[in-house]
Design a protein around this ligand. Structure first.
Ligand SMILES: Cc1cc2nc3c(=O)[nH]c(=O)nc-3n(C[C@H](O)[C@H](O)[C@H](O)COP(=O)(O)O)c2cc1C
Ligand SMILES: Cc1ncc(COP(=O)(O)O)c(C=O)c1O
Length: 209
């Protein structure tokens, strides 16, 4: 009997097209059970003006039926690249369960309300750090960073920390989602879900490992 979505995903006798967001939730919940930390970490790829790919880890800190969101400094390398070329790819790999999920698609900026809500949920120290850091720009030395953080901390006093204009989120809206599960002798299971647009149906295709 097939019970989990994963069983159905890799069941060649059952051609049902599943909801890939629901499969994501099943795998993400498993990863949270077994990963030592940061099960929500993902590698996020963007491209610069010259077409050169760039990649770094970010945290998947919000998600809903529209897509998968992360938060960052919009003046950072990734911020500049994504604003100029609003398409991205991401991959999550969980060593403890030997599974991988990758996605590609356009990115959009989250609403100010969404960014405010996530910013407000962060520890005050992280809020101050986000405001003080000119992420990805040259820093003379560690002392300079500490001085900037101290100055901002003193300036704010006991007031609530307001989200800086330069700090917000991007949502990756997937048009492709691939599920990969480790198999013996590298004979892995792979199924890729694709759709032509966000209002179009998903289709699924098994791939050679
Ligand atoms: C596990 C992990 C999670 C991270 N999460 C974020 C994040 O959510 N947002 C962020 O701006 N940077 C995050 N970072 C730092 C980025 O990897 C990166 O160093 C920084 O954002 C600058 O990248 P850029 O120069 O390509 O813009 C994370 C790093 C690690 C190792
Ligand atoms: C610079 C930076 N910004 C943002 C984040 C996202 O995490 P959080 O919002 O939980 O601070 C991280 C996580 O490592 C980070 O390094």
């Amino acid at each position: 009997m097939s019970n989990t979505l994963t069983d159905k995903l890799f069941d060649d006798n059952d051609p049902a097209v599943l909801d890939p967001f629901a499969i994501f939730e099943e795998w993400f919940a498993m990863a949270h059970q077994s990963e030592p930390n940061d099960a929500h970490a993902m590698a996020l790829a963007s491209v610069d003006d010259g077409g050169m790919p760039d990649v770094r880890m970010v945290l998947l800190n919000a998600r809903d039926t529209r897509g998968f969101s992360f938060f960052t400094n919009f003046g950072s390398a990734k911020g500049v690249e994504l604003l100029a070329h609003p398409k991205a790819a991401m991959v999550m790999h969980w060593k403890s369960i030997r599974r991988q999920i990758r996605m590609r698609g356009p990115v959009e900026v989250v609403t100010p309300a969404e960014a405010d809500a996530y910013f407000a949920s962060r520890p005050r120290g992280s809020q101050i750090a986000s405001a003080a850091s000119k992420q990805s720009r040259p820093l003379a030395n560690r002392e300079r960073l500490a001085a900037d953080v101290a100055a901002l901390t003193a300036q704010i006093g006991d007031a609530d920390m307001v989200r800086p204009e330069h700090w917000s989120g991007f949502r990756l809206v997937p048009l492709e989602i691939e599920f990969w599960k480790d198999g013996e002798f590298r004979l892995h299971d792979r199924v890729r879900y694709t759709r032509e647009g966000t209002d179009m149906p998903w289709s699924a295709q098994r791939l050679y490992p």
